[in-house]
Each structure stands twice: as structure tokens, then as C-alpha cells.
Design a protein around this ligand. Structure first.
Ligand code: SF4
Length: 496
């Protein structure tokens, strides 16, 4: 064995995305940010999936040694094998060739043959490229440790499963055999692992430029450091990240103002840059007027908050199914009238959908426009409700029929402010055209709302946290619909 760094699987995955990120994790711990709420929610979701996967293997045993102590993990794994166990969770191996080490979710004795199968559990419905790299590294380590590995499987979520009663793990999961792909990657994995070990051992910081790698397959933790001198609106906001890499190489700058005219993209993206460089609001009054002419009073400004749990939380739902638990509704009866505000928020740990539908139908009336921002989302949620609650389908469909998408004039750039930086997100558009903003809210985005409500459903919040959750959700969702009214006013102000 060499004296090189003993690479772990997580280090390999990190380094395969960017060697600098791997180097920072060992040599610049001061740059590593604490785990944030979104990451924590992701870890917890992963643990929940892992917990259900273990129930699939009734006689499984688990290696519980600390994750950083691979020697102890290896010893525990061999002890389980000696005792005749045939399914070992978190089984650990250390390669005799280079000391690299890995924990596999499940090491399973191959039925009716010598040797073992590797099984990796993912809260995903399909195999991603980085899953193959992940498993290929594990295969390399386990075979390097002397295991005979017959097959490699991904244990994935089957999104066709519909929960009825207790979770049925045999229908929740499906297996995909990736043995062929994993074996085909072995020489590439060995080469990359050797170069990452070298980099990890070196005191010199690898010289890596920011680029597409910073976001794929994961958002890198060190972006706050590496991107600190990159403008907020950069070449990466104008082109897809691969093309942006090429442009940056060609012009030697991240500034959108440095992009030569002949290299600007056509259409909307090019207009965005021109608006930014000239610091000018761009507008198309005739299109705005046409859009506004389609609005019919009373106007119902409507917004949903939802969860989409990997493990279905309620009967008659599927993995990742979007389940609405809150809506905000501001009603403008006639031009200039005071707004009326209504809200539905399901405050029980039960399926919110029936009560949601009934409140929606009773409050949305039967005439006037229903204004949403990104109609496809609310419309899609409603279609799933129509499928699952057919008795209400006609009335929900009538609400969909009245929907108007307020995103359209901003996405099509009929009205565009240079501070939008190429985005039509309501978080960017609202402060550009009104005094309202999402800054300072306890819940400031839909993912946060979803994660916190999911924590409420799972019963992990204290009474005090639940009270704060209701307050935060009411403020956030209420602002979403108030924002739409403000944006309609902004369109009116710019239609001449
Ligand atoms: S931000 Fe980009 S360049 Fe910096 S460490 Fe991460 S992936 Fe590498």
C-alpha cells in the first residue's frame, strides 16, 4: 500500500466534482459553512428513506461504528460475515491496494452463489450519472479488499406506488441492476482516485477556476468563497453553464458588460444584457395592454404551498406527489376596491387535501380571473386533486379554466427591470417594481415552507416552533398573493 491519503467514498464523490472542494475540506476548514436548514432537511429525508430500506431486509444487521473509523467498521463487517449474516447495512471495506475505504448501504450475500451483491439506496426515481460513479468507487474498494462482487444494484423509489395503510416496502422500492456500467468505469475510477489522493496530500491549493462544476451535480459549499469576486449578474446568468465556461475563457471576464455585441445571445437573454448595461427598464406596452385586457373582475390572486414527501405521508398518495396544505387568496372585487384576504392552512397532522379543496371551491366563486404566478404549478396541483377526488373535479376544473398566469408578461420580458438579473422569479420582480420584498421573513421561500411543514407532519416540532410556523407561513403565503396585486398595478403603470 502507498503512503497516499486513504480516500473515502464521500471524498471521492466530492473530489470528482471539484478537486479544489476536496482540498478545501481538508486544508481550509475555516471556509466550510455550517449545515443549513435545507441541507439538514435533505439529510433527514435521506435517513428516512434509508430507514425504510432496512425494513426490506428482515434479517439485516448494521455496522454502527463511527463513520470516520473505517478500521472499526471493517472489523465489525468481517465479524458479521463470520457469524453467517447475509445482509449487512453500512458494511465497510478497505482496499488492500491503496487504502481507500467505503461503506455500502447494503452488502447482501448473493442468492445461491459464492460472493456478494452491493446495494446502494437513493431517494430518487432513476439512476443518475453520479450514482454510477458512487457505486463504481464502492465496487473498486470492495473488490480491492478481496470481496467477490457479483452484482451492483440501485435501490430506488418507485413513484407508481400508491400508499394504502402502512408503507409496503416491497412496493415502495424497486431495484435497478447497474453492474455492467459499474464494471465499465473501473479504469476511469482508478485514475481519478489516484489523482485525488495526490491532490489531497499536496500542501499546494489546486488552481481551479469557477464554472459549471460549481453547480453539478451538487451546489458546492465553497461557492461563497470562490465566487466572492464574481459579479452578481455574470456571464453564468446569461448562458447555460457549459457555454458560459467557453465564453469566460474566450473573453477573460465574468462581466456581462464585457461580452462583445456579436457574442450576445439573441432574444430575451440578449435584451436582458442590453437592459443591464444601459440601466434601462425594458417594456412592450401593447403586449402589456393585451395581457391586462384579459383580466376579469373580481380578480382572485391565488397561491399554494405544498409538500412532496419521498415517502408518501397519506393514503392515496404516491412518492413525491405534491400535496397542498395552504393557500392564500386576495380578492379584488373591482378596480381600486380594498382587497379581501382569505387563507386556508391545515393545522392538523392529517391529509389536508379534502379540506383544502372544499375551502378553495367555497372561496373562489364562479366568475372572474384567478391569477397565479407560474400557473403550471397551481394548475398541476389542481389536476392531481381532480384525479384523486373526482367528485370535485368539475368545480376544480372550472377554477383552472379561469386561471391567468401573471408570470407570462415578466417571463416574456414585456416588462423587465435591469435589477432582475435575467430572472423572472417573483423574488426578483417584486422589489424591482414595488416597495414589497421577501427580505426578513421568517419563511422566505417555498422550499423552506415545505420543509418546515413536513417537520410538523412528522411531529418533530415543539409547540413553540409550531406557533412560529403558522405565523411564518401566513406571512409568506400572504405576501405571495399581495405581490401579485402589486405586480398587476406595476403592469398598469407601464402599459403606456
Ligand atoms: S465553488 Fe466551484 S471552484 Fe470553488 S471549490 Fe466549489 S466547485 Fe470548486
Amino acid at each position: 500500500m502507498t503512503d497516499q491519503a486513504r480516500l473515502s467514498k464521500s471524498q471521492y464523490v466530492q473530489g470528482a466534482q471539484c478537486v479544489l472542494s476536496l482540498w478545501f475540506s481538508r486544508n481550509r476548514k475555516d471556509l466550510t459553512p455550517p449545515v443549513d436548514a435545507a441541507q439538514q432537511a435533505m439529510f433527514e429525508a435521506g435517513n428516512e428513506v434509508g430507514g425504510w430500506a432496512k425494513k426490506y431486509f428482515l434479517n439485516g444487521v448494521e455496522v454502527t461504528t463511527p463513520f470516520f473509523d473505517s478500521d472499526a467498521g471493517e472489523a465489525a463487517t468481517y465479524a458479521f460475515i463470520q457469524s453467517g449474516h447475509e445482509a449487512i447495512f453500512e458494511a465497510t471495506a478497505i482496499s488492500k491496494e491503496d487504502g481507500s475505504h467505503a461503506r455500502i448501504d447494503i452488502l447482501r450475500k448473493t442468492a445461491g452463489a459464492e460472493g456478494w451483491d452491493l446495494i446502494e439506496v437513493k431517494g430518487s426515481t432513476s439512476v443518475k450519472d453520479y450514482h454510477l460513479d458512487d457505486m463504481a468507487f464502492q465496487y473498486r474498494v470492495f473488490t480491492g479488499a478481496g470481496f467477490l462482487i457479483n452484482q451492483c444494484f440501485m435501490m430506488l423509489i418507485d413513484n407508481q406506488y400508491v400508499r394504502q395503510g402502512d408503507i409496503d416496502v416491497h412496493r415502495l422500492f424497486r431495484f435497478e441492476d447497474i453492474t455492467h456500467e459499474v464494471r465499465g468505469k473501473q479504469s476511469e475510477i482508478g485514475r481519478i482516485a489516484a489523482s485525488l489522493s495526490n491532490a489531497l496530500d499536496s500542501p499546494a491549493e489546486p488552481q481551479i477556476k469557477v464554472g459549471a462544476r460549481c453547480f453539478k451535480p451538487f451546489d458546492c459549499h465553497y461557492a461563497h468563497h470562490c465566487w466572492r469576486d464574481i459579479p452578481q449578474y455574470s456571464v453564468y446568468n446569461v448562458y447555460d453553464s457549459k457555454k458560459a465556461d467557453e465564453i469566460v475563457d474566450a473573453i477573460g471576464s465574468y462581466e456581462v458588460g464585457s461580452i462583445p455585441t456579436e457574442m450576445l445571445p439573441t432574444g430575451i437573454k440578449g435584451n436582458d444584457v442590453r437592459s443591464y448595461v444601459s440601466d434601462t427598464v425594458y417594456k412592450e406596452p401593447s403586449n402589456i395592454r393585451q395581457f391586462l385586457a384579459g383580466l376579469q373582475y373580481p380578480i382572485y390572486y391565488l397561491d399554494y404551498e405544498t409538500i412532496a414527501p419521498t415517502i408518501p405521508a397519506f393514503d392515496a398518495t404516491r412518492p413525491f406527489q405534491t400535496v397542498p396544505f395552504q393557500f392564500s387568496l386576495h380578492i379584488e372585487d373591482e378596480p381600486g376596491a380594498d382587497l379581501r384576504h382569505y387563507e386556508f392552512l391545515h393545522k392538523e397532522q392529517s391529509d389536508p387535501r379534502l379540506a383544502f379543496i372544499q375551502a378553495l371551491i367555497s372561496l373562489c366563486g364562479d366568475r372572474g380571473s384567478v391569477v397565479t404566478y407560474n400557473q403550471a404549478f397551481e394548475e398541476g396541483v389542481n389536476k392531481a386533486l381532480m384525479r384523486d377526488f373526482p367528485v370535485y373535479a368539475e368545480k376544480i376544473d372550472a377554477i383552472n379554466f379561469r386561471m391567468i398566469d401573471l408570470l407570462i408578461p415578466f417571463r416574456k420580458r414585456w416588462l423587465y427591470h435591469p435589477s432582475q438579473h435575467g430572472s423572472a422569479s417573483i423574488k426578483k420582480v417584486l422589489p424591482a417594481f414595488s416597495d414589497l420584498s421577501y427580505e426578513g421573513l421568517a419563511i422566505g421561500n417555498g422550499l423552506d415552507a415545505s420543509n418546515k411543514y413536513a417537520a410538523f407532519i412528522s411531529g418533530t416540532l415543539s409547540d413553540g416552533e409550531v406557533a412560529l410556523l403558522w405565523q411564518g407561513l401566513t406571512e409568506y403565503c400572504g405576501l405571495d398573493t399581495l405581490a401579485m396585486k402589486a405586480l398587476v398595478d406595476a403592469l398598469k403603470a407601464h402599459c403606456r
